[in-house]
Design a protein around this ligand. Structure first.
Ligand SMILES: *[C@@H]1O[C@H](CO)[C@@H](O)[C@H](O)[C@H]1NC(C)=O
Ligand SMILES: *[C@@H]1O[C@H](CO)[C@@H](O)[C@H](O)[C@H]1NC(C)=O
Ligand SMILES: *[C@@H]1O[C@H](CO)[C@@H](O)[C@H](O)[C@H]1NC(C)=O
Length: 829
């Protein structure tokens, strides 16, 4: 529900009640009424029928009033009995009732408000009859310097009390008759524009103003009053202020008076406005204080502004400005720049190279000695024995340059520099600044071999490819790992790329490997020139001789110890074998091998001798003392003729046989070209001489040997007859009858050649004739062949007889029988 409804409801209740209680009656009475009294004011709203009763008039307080009001009981008019003064009482509140004599209320109570209507009967008056004011020269026009006050007792808000101020006169009237202006309604006195501009020209004596205050507003009528104002013009003390210099960190009691401003006019109120906020204050007398210590480094200068105001907050004049300059004290030490990463300077940088520029910052006043910083190098100090300093420092600029002293790559130097203010004078403040300088490596060292000559290194001819030959080590004096990387190369001597190198750039060594088969015949030695160089570009001097090394490789010829055709040799020999008989020949396994040299090691009996070059073993003397059936073992040493150090030995076992009946000198060997099988006492004489006359013939003996074919060796036996001839016989009892070609190697005077001897082996007649094959006898036998057949038949009979006898004879001495093959041929012959 709308609350206004409630309100209306609430109001309607007294309205209903007031139906019985009549509305208040408003009556106005003019003040100071000058007519006859009683003055009838208003007829009371009485009921129509005439009622006998008595009017009672109550004042607001409830007391029965004694005047000046009354009710005419005849007419029922409210009347006033005398003149009223509004200034005494403005309003009267009355209650009128009609009562019976016994006090019974017949009508009323009727409230009545009597208002006394103001009459302009009051004269305005000034608060003072004489005002005094000091007027400072320089006061701006329109800024009031005096506030007039006047009062009027008439009803406020009406024209009767509406006051206006006016200047009636001004003495003196120089330099202008209108020096001042008075605000008519407010009564504020100020300089007029012309007054302001000409006040400086004013006379020495004060001005006197006659001023008026008048009521009734701007109407011409009205009451008025006057007052005088004495205005003394005073010199303007509101003058610009010289800057104040104030030491920072000043130790004085605070607040500390630093200045004073003064407005010489009256009614002044000072204020401080800090254009640069700071600890300053001003009091009512215009004294300016600093309230605490100042710090130049926080604020070096302040600009303050002071104003002089009238009581209504208007500035009399332009505010004054005051500059406060804080005087520096050397309260700040130089501050080193923050320590950064080390400064890298390349190795070998020339003296004078700028390393860094130190700039310590001093917070004290710039341009003053307090902030004048000079530098001094504390460390490193120049070392003894070293020419010049490592670093030079310019004391004023702080520039650090390289000195004459040398550096090493990787060196880290801590520079310690004293930065002092007051230009280094005593009493100044200082700090120690530190800078680390790192000497950066450059690739100025070439890698060098630790050894320039390697070897000679012996490599056997049969060394396999993939053999490590040598390891070459090199060093690099640089520090930076990249600058130590190396490349190797074989520059010269690597014939047919027999060798190669393997390396890792960062390992500091290279391996020389054999890559191909060596051959002593092709090259007996190699001289390899290996060079090493830096992988990165080299700065500075060219590589020296240390960057190359020579590897000498010698190829060793591989010679194996002599090899023989048999692991051991054995021969049977009759104890009566004469001296000089050939027993056997020791052959190398490979006839083409290098020449051998034979010797007997422990022939303690002295029975044997051996031909040094051919390996033929002879009896040296008669085998006196040899027992049949016994054996005699001799060690034969075989040496390589070219490499005497290479030797081997072989055993030779002689088996002694019972003395073989010395056969008669063999019939002169029949120079047949056929031999019988089974074997007979025949041989083929072979001449060593060649068909072509040999100019050297006869000078030395010929020597003969069978060809190396094992079958030939097995089937045939060759004996030396004398210096120029040999005798070829069957070695076996039975050799296949056919034509044989026997290879015989003849050596003479260091010459050797091969003879191919054609020998027909056949079955023989008793006479040693070849038996012809039956198939060949075709047709009639010739006379000769008939005789031959007869002789042959007889011979066969004889042969059979011989066989029988021989068999008998042989079976008798069966225990002594020896294989015919093992009988030395000589003895058989
Ligand atoms: C090197 O010699 C070995 C053994 O004598 C042989 O087997 C091989 O084939 C040879 N290599 C070359 C490349 O001649
Ligand atoms: C010669 O030396 C061999 C081997 O040492 C030995 O068997 C043999 O009996 C020795 N011969 C003589 C005659 O001393
Ligand atoms: C060697 O013997 C052969 C055959 O018996 C003979 O013809 C030759 O004259 C002899 N030579 C010498 C130098 O005795």
């Amino acid at each position: 529900m709308d609350p206004s409804w409630l309100w209306l409801l609430f109001l309607s209740v007294p309205q209903v009640l007031l139906e019985a209680q009549p509305a208040e009656l408003h009556v106005e009475v003019p003040e100071n009424y000058g007519g006859n009294f009683p003055l009838y004011l208003a007829k009371l709203p009485l009921p129509r029928e005439k009622t006998e009763g008595q009017f009672m008039l109550l004042a607001d307080s409830g007391m029965v009033t004694e005047g000046p009001f009354a009710v005419d009981s005849e007419s029922g008019f409210l009347l006033v009995t005398r003149a009223l003064d509004r200034e005494e009482q403005t309003e009267y509140r009355l209650q009128v009732t009609l009562e019976t004599e016994d006090g019974h209320v017949l009508w009323g109570p009727q409230p009545v408000l009597v208002h006394v209507k103001d009459e302009n009967d009051q004269v305005p008056h000034f608060s003072q009859t004489t005002y005094r004011a000091q007027l400072s020269q320089g006061t701006r026009p329109g800024v009031p310097f005096l506030f007039l006050e006047a009062f009027d007792g008439d009803e406020p808000g009406t024209a009767n009390s509406d006051l206006r101020f006016h200047i009636l006169s001004q003495t003196p009237t120089q330099p202008s008759p209108n020096m001042f202006q008075l605000e008519p309604q407010l009564g504020t006195l100020a300089l007029s524009p012309i007054g302001s501009s000409s006040l400086d020209l004013a006379l020495e004596w004060p001005y006197q103003l006659l001023v008026q205050v008048k009521d009734m507003g701007d109407q011409a009528s009205g009451h008025q009053a006057t007052a005088t104002i004495d205005v003394s013009v005073v010199e303007n003390t509101w003058v610009p202020l010289a800057p104040i210099h104030l030491a920072e960190n000043l130790k004085v009691p605070y607040p500390h008076l630093i200045s004073q401003v003064h407005w010489s006019g009256s009614n002044v109120h000072y204020y401080l406005e800090s254009l640069t906020p700071g600890p300053f204050d001003i009091n009512t007398e215009g004294k300016v204080y600093v309230t605490k210590e100042l710090d130049r480094e926080a604020q070096a200068e302040y600009l303050l502004q002071f104003g002089a105001q009238n009581t209504h907050g208007k500035d009399y004049a332009e505010p004054l400005k005051l500059q406060v300059v804080v005087i520096d004290e050397n309260d700040n030490a130089p501050v080193c720049p923050p320590r950064g990463p080390p400064i890298s300077i390349p190795e070998l940088s020339p003296p004078g190279t700028e390393v860094t520029r130190l700039s310590a910052v001093d917070a004290d006043a710039p341009g003053s000695p307090n902030s004048l910083v000079v530098y001094q190098l504390l460390s490193p100090e120049s070392e003894e024995g070293v020419e010049g300093r490592a670093f030079e420092l310019d004391p004023t600029s702080g520039v650090v340059t390289l000195g004459a002293a040398p550096f090493q790559a990787g060196q880290s130097i801590l520079l310690s520099v004293l930065a002092a203010d007051l230009a280094g004078e005593e009493g100044g403040l200082s700090s120690t600044c530190e800078v680390t300088v790192l000497i950066k490596d450059i690739n100025d060292h070439a890698p060098e071999f630790t050894t320039s000559q390697i070897g000679p290194i012996s490599l056997p001819e049969d060394a396999e490819p993939g053999t490590l030959v040598a390891t070459l080590r090199a060093t690099d004096a640089d520090i930076e790992p990249n600058f130590r990387l190396m490349d190797f190369a074989i520059e010269a001597g690597n014939v047919e790329r027999t060798f190669d190198l393997e390396w890792k750039p960062d390992s500091g060594h290279a391996q020389l490997w054999l890559r191909k088969n060596l051959s002593y015949e092709a090259a007996t030695s190699y001289k390899l020139v290996v060079v090493v160089q830096s992988v990165m570009d080299l700065v500075g001097p060219d590589p020296g001789p240390g960057s190359s090394a020579t590897v000498t490789v010698l190829v060793e010829k591989v010679v194996s110890p002599p090899k023989l055709d048999q692991e051991s040799y054995e021969a049977s020999v009759g104890v009566s074998t004469p001296a000089g008989s050939l027993l056997l020949t020791i052959h190398p396994s490979d006839p083409n091998s290098s020449p051998l040299r034979f010797s007997l090691v422990n022939d303690s009996e002295g029975w044997l001798c051996i031909k040094e070059s051919s390996g033929e073993v002879y009896t040296a003397r008669s085998l006196q003392g040899a027992q049949p059936g016994a054996t005699y073992t001799v060690l034969v040493e075989v040496q390589n003729a070219d490499e005497p150090g290479l030797s081997s030995s072989v055993t030779l076992v002689l088996r002694f046989l019972k003395a073989w009946p010395t056969p008669a000198l063999p019939p002169a060997p029949v120079p047949v070209r056929h031999l019988c099988t089974p074997r007979q006492n025949h041989g083929v004489v072979i001449s060593g001489a060649r068909g072509v006359p040999d100019p050297a013939s006869g000078q030395g003996p010929y020597s003969f040997a069978l060809g190396s074919n094992p079958t030939v060796q097995r089937d045939w036996r060759l004996q030396a007859l004398n210096g120029s001839h040999a005798y070829l016989t069957l070695a076996l009892h039975w050799v296949e009858p056919q034509e044989h070609v026997v290879p015989i190697v003849v050596t003479h005077n260091d010459q050797m050649w091969k003879l191919l001897v054609r020998v027909v082996v056949c079955r023989c007649t008793v006479e040693g004739q070849c038996l012809r094959k039956v198939g060949r006898m075709k047709g009639m036998p010739t006379k000769l062949s008939a005789v031959g057949t007869l002789v042959g038949t007889l011979a066969v009979i004889g042969f059979l007889l011989i066989l029988i006898f021989t068999h008998l004879a042989l079976s008798r001495k069966k225990d002594l029988d020896q294989p015919a093959d093992s009988v030395p041929m000589k003895s058989v012959v």
